[in-house]
Each structure stands twice: as structure tokens, then as C-alpha cells.
Ligand binder design. Sequence first.
Ligand code: GRF
Length: 183
Amino acid sequence: MRIGVLASGSGTNLQAILDDGIPIAVVVADRPCKALEIAETSSIPAELVQRESFGKDFDRDAYTHRVVDALKRHEVDVVVMAGFGTILGQAVHDAYPMRILNTHPALRPAFKGWHAVEEALAAGVKITGCTVHIATLETDEGPILAQEAVPVLPDDTAEALHERIKAVERRLYPKTIREFTHL
Ligand code: GRF
């Protein structure tokens, strides 16, 4: 079972997966980021599949094919998204049907999308959390594998709340990856 991690950001979930002892075949990033540095420090193959555009001219399907090529080159069987900032097209789901995992910083079906933490705060909910799920073409959809609640505290900021959620993700995501992959 070869796992490929897709990441764009600080890579704390990637670090948690590594700390858990889960073997990673490759880390693929869409931009230079801390996650790539973590891969390099841990002597894990890393590939920057640089996203050329964040504008209207972004060719999502062509970009998706480049990511799939990178994953295939490293003979990946299961894809783990850990803070990956690009929504991928159909080709990745054709290559890895029901074999792509994601963690989302809210309790689905509430607060899908990029601003889940800010929206939970703005809605005044007292409890939010995280959702580990199988990713499908529709963003933040797909079968739910695990969820855990996280309290919203008085005077929370989005940053403080997200950090509290991420602390839970760093425990729940590796555990769920192990269950899913039977590692
Ligand atoms: C996590 O909160 C995850 O739910 C969201 O992006 C964040 C990734 O954080 N999709 P990190 O890069 O692993 O620190």
C-alpha cells in the first residue's frame, strides 16, 4: 500500500502522519511550502507540481493530469490530501476512485468550502470540529469516515479555533488513514 500526500501549506498534518509511522511514498505540493520542506527533512520523495495560475485561465484538467502523473510515477495506491489548496478535476478520481482521503476543519455537512473555520465562528456555533472523508469530485463531499467535535470558546479568533481543530485532526487523521488502509 503506497500512500501519496498532497499538501500546500504548513504541513502539520503531514508531520503528524509521519510521526505516526505511516509510510509515505511521495509528497506532492502545488506551490513551494513548508510541507515540501518537511518531506525533504524526512528524506521522503517530494515533487513540486507548480500551479502556474490562480486566475480564470487556470487549466484545472491539465493540472490534474500533471498531479496524477506524479502520483503514478511514485506508484501511489491511496491519496491523502493534507491541506491541499487546489481542487482537482475528474482525472484524479478516475485514477483513484474512492481512494482519496481528505480532512476538513468543520463538522460536515456544515461549513463546507475554504472558509469553514471563519464561517463557523461567524455563525456563532458553540461546537464545530473536523471531518475525515473520502474525497469525490464535489468539494467536501464523499463518504464520512470519522468526525470529532471541537468546542468554540468565548472570544475565539479564527486562528485560535483552527489551531484547536488542527490539534484534533493531527490525532484523528493518522488513525483514520491506518483504518482505511489497514496499515
Ligand atoms: C487542516 O485544517 C485541514 O483540515 C485543511 O487544511 C489544514 C491543513 O493544515 N484542509 P496543515 O497544512 O496540515 O498544517
